[in-house]
Design a protein around this ligand. Structure first.
Ligand SMILES: [Zn+2]
Ligand SMILES: [Zn+2]
Length: 550
């Protein structure tokens, strides 16, 4: 029999955020990324959303390593929660690992096995040979991965764009992708975020030129807000300040921290004498001042939001000031960002943002770049990743236009796996996957109900599902369902029958070759109930699986 490899997405396929993909060969397993997602208004009282790790934890004996593509929160943010339960080695590039250790320290995890990996490095773990490939993105030191498995080579792009003139000269490694294509790529997993955008994504250098024009014309103080992880954008601002003989103050803890870390590792060059503490800066004429700040998403307590509201202790925005929001406005944040923009205008500042000026470029590949990636790697099978369903589907269609046969393209969502041999691919699953809600630093124990805000319990209700299983994990009684505050049982007998059937069906689809595991069965039950209730009622009740072994 041909050896098979399984790709199991635990997050990031069906949403932008909580990226995590398992690669499984025999009893061995590695994970690509381990990210979080920030919750939307639907989840009051919740700080983060992280992937459901139960499958990886159930297989922890063979869980060899985590490989990180880059340091964005949607790729590293859930690591502290994973490492609490599974002390696996973590591989990543220097900048990624610096951001990771910072995050781990915040969570009180002082000993982790972090292993530096540089582009073109190759690491052997179990049956896998993992090679890092340089890509460009909106954070420095990003990589894609080529994973040799007994079944063939899997290429995962990570988040990428093809920037032909990156600020640090670290070009995407076209040659590595081409060589892989020549040798034969079994599966390509590629970033779908910007599949709706025609053409090529512009270079980070172009933004620099546009910012330079605004710097040249600004009569007074310049305030630039961007993401603290966007080292190259910050590099532009520092360079421009030096060029126009201005000085810069950094506002925001993460901004100050990342500038220090990046400078120390050599990813950021701070022109001499350009950085100044705030009190020294504000003592200068306003035309000499630059403030580089966080808060580009209108976060209520950020320096920028306080300035816009006239509540910042030391900085009063005034006519003549130029404020540049040099970042994408993340969908869902339009209202809070709008409030900040209005406030800044009201104080007399001029405001430039994505909607009215060229002050930002994306870190993700557009259609033509995505086609280049497909053409360089020429994969046998294609699995679009990193996107909502519409992005994944759009990317699947795009792959069709460059000649990948539709039966070799798989649009999958979290918890649905792909099993591939050298000549065949089939969809397998379902695997436990779902959004685990984190309130503060506590998460529910795996297998028990996840910790949620009381308000959700009150608003969304609770559903308890009990089943009895035998030693092999076969369901011998149930599922029985009890509900509080979700549906009124007496009037909804038929619906409850449907829910029971949905749970039974999911359990029936459980991979019988995998030994019975309470945590996995619980997670499957939770996923099935949540999906059912969410589809019917758009609600997210707490689901409590009760599993009796008889
Ligand atoms: Zn990213
Ligand atoms: Zn991402």
């Amino acid at each position: 029999m041909n050896p098979a490899v399984r790709l199991i997405p635990l997050g990031g396929l069906g949403e932008i955020g909580l990226n995590m993909m398992l690669v499984e060969s025999g009893d061995d397993l590695i994970a690509i990324d381990c990210g979080l997602m920030f919750p939307d208004d639907e989840l009051p009282g919740i700080d983060y959303v992280i992937p459901d790790f139960s499958y990886a934890l159930a297989k922890r004996q063979g869980f060899r390593a985590v490989f990180l593509t880059h340091g964005h929160e949607d790729h590293i943010g859930a690591l502290p929660y994973l490492l609490r339960d599974a002390r696996v080695p973590v591989h990543g590039t220097p900048m990624t690992l610096v951001l990771v250790s910072d995050r781990l320290r915040e969570h009180g995890i002082l000993e982790a096995d972090l292993r530096t990996m540089r582009p073109r490095d190759r690491v052997e773990v179990g049956p896998f040979g993992v090679q890092a490939i340089r890509v460009t993105h909106s954070i420095v030191d990003g990589i894609g991965l080529a994973i040799e498995t007994p079944a063939g080579t899997i290429v995962h792009t990570g988040d990428f764009k093809l920037d032909p003139s990156p600020l640090d000269g670290e070009l995407p490694d076209y040659r590595a992708f081409t060589e892989l294509g020549d040798r034969g790529v079994l599966v390509l997993c590629s970033d779908s975020t910007n599949v709706d955008r025609p053409g090529h994504t512009r270079s980070e250098r172009d933004v620099g030129e546009s910012l330079a024009e605004h710097f040249a014309r600004a009569p007074g103080r310049i305030i630039v807000a961007t993401f603290a992880s966007h080292i190259h954008r910050m590099q532009h601002v520092l360079n421009l300040a030096a060029r126009f003989e201005r000085q810069v103050t950094l506002l925001g803890m993460s901004m100050q921290k990342n500038v220090a870390l990046a400078a120390e590792l050599g990813y950021l060059r701070i022109p001499e004498g350009v950085l100044r503490p705030l009190d020294e800066l504000t003592a200068q004429p306003s035309r000499d001042q630059v403030i580089l700040s966080t808060g580009s998403q209108g976060e209520p307590n950020s320096a920028l939001a306080l300035m816009a509201a006239g509540e910042h202790k030391y900085v009063q925005v005034e006519p003549g000031d130029l404020v540049i929001l040099s970042a994408r406005i993340i969908p869902g944040n339009e209202r809070t960002v709008g409030r900040v923009i209005n406030g800044l205008y009201r104080r007399g500042a001029e405001v430039l943002y994505e909607g009215n000026a060229f002050v930002h470029v994306s870190g993700h590949a557009s259609q033509e770049d995505l086609k280049v990636m497909l053409n360089l790697t020429r994969p046998r099978y294609f699995l679009p990743v990193h996107g909502e369903y519409r992005h994944l589907l759009g990317h699947a269609r795009l792959a069709g236009t460059v000649g990948i046969p539709s039966e070799r393209i798989f649009v999958l969502e979290d918890g649905i796996g792909l099993e591939v041999t050298a000549t065949e691919a089939r969809v397998v699953g379902r695997f436990p996957a779902g959004r685990v809600l984190v309130d503060g630093k506590g998460i529910g124990d795996i297998g028990a109900v996840v910790l949620r805000d009381r308000q959700i319990l009150a608003n969304e209700g609770l559903i308890a599902v009990s089943i009895a299983v035998d030693a092999e994990g076969r369901v011998v009684a149930g599922p029985e369902i009890a509900s509080r505050g979700v549906v009124y049982v007496k009037e909804n007998e038929a619906l409850l029958e449907e829910l029971k059937a949905a749970v039974a069906k999911t359990l029936g689809e459980r991979d019988a070759t995998v030994a019975f595991d309470r945590a996995i069965v619980s997670a499957l039950v939770r996923t099935a109930v949540r999906q059912f209730i969410n589809q019917r009622f758009q609600r997210k009740p707490v689901v409590l699986p009760i599993i009796l072994e008889v």
